[in-house]
Design a protein around this ligand. Sequence first.
Ligand code: ING
Length: 307
Amino acid sequence: MSRLVTVGAAQLGPIQRSDTRQDVVQRLLALMTEADHRSCDVVVFPELALTTFFPRWFEPDITKADHFYETQMPSPITQPLFDTARKLGIAFCLGYAELTQDGHRYNTQVLVGKDGSFLAKYRKVHVPGHEHHEPDRPFQHAERYYFEPSQDGFGVWKAFGGRIGMMICNDRRWPETYRVMGLKGVEMILCGYNTPLHYAPDPTQDKLQSFHNSLVMQSGAYQNGTWVVGVAKGGLEEGVASLGDSAIIAPSGEIMAQAQTTDDELLTHRCDLDWCNNYKNTLFDFDRYRRPDMYTSITAQRGAVID
Ligand code: ING
């Protein structure tokens, strides 16, 4: 009996600074309703899905950015998402900025079950960008100023009849992200992202943003025998052009569904978790074929560059 999970990748178009959380929640609810019409089991929303991507501005008094963070989840404004999940019987994954009661700030993603209860929380491990104001940039990417890196690492949780993991945006560029979860037997990784097309430290990468986005997620999926669901907040947001290209990627590395726009758009696919075993039990049978003794021991140094 195949273990089928119908996934909805709920891409968002721009969220402008003037858009209220109520405006955004209505957009999320519309996508969740569309997902219900397509019999989805889970809907995946982007990173920082409740607000504009505020790290593009540097606010010297960080408390003046507090309104971009959630101090409670759910709050009265986001409660309708949980209520609708329970009413429709649809799980959801939501990225948001978290401000804890003891003052810690994280780039966070939660997985909420079909009954509206919390299943999992993940905090971003690889926090990109910069810590201080860099006025020469056309726009900031000051995530390292606004968010602390996770101290929890990458979890894999039992849900939807399989093993589900989460990552956020820049995490998807690091092979370790997939491998750590791969070693825990992950079968589907849920990922939200905000990726500006312009990369100030090296503009030669600008034209490669779409290629790099697909490259890392397709490779990570294939090399660890897992589904990967990548969901963008894209389009022209506060004057910054951001990548769309949300996709549902199979353990084979094939793209099974891909966004056609940079607006609010739901893409769906009926994912067979058993497909993972076609790779986990053959090419990527880690117990049989991996050589961790060659990766971390003295032999790893033996391959040092020879003059
Ligand atoms: N964003 C980016 C990402 O890794 C970045 C960082 C910005 C990469 C611009 C390339 C270009 O997709 C986040 N939010 O991690």
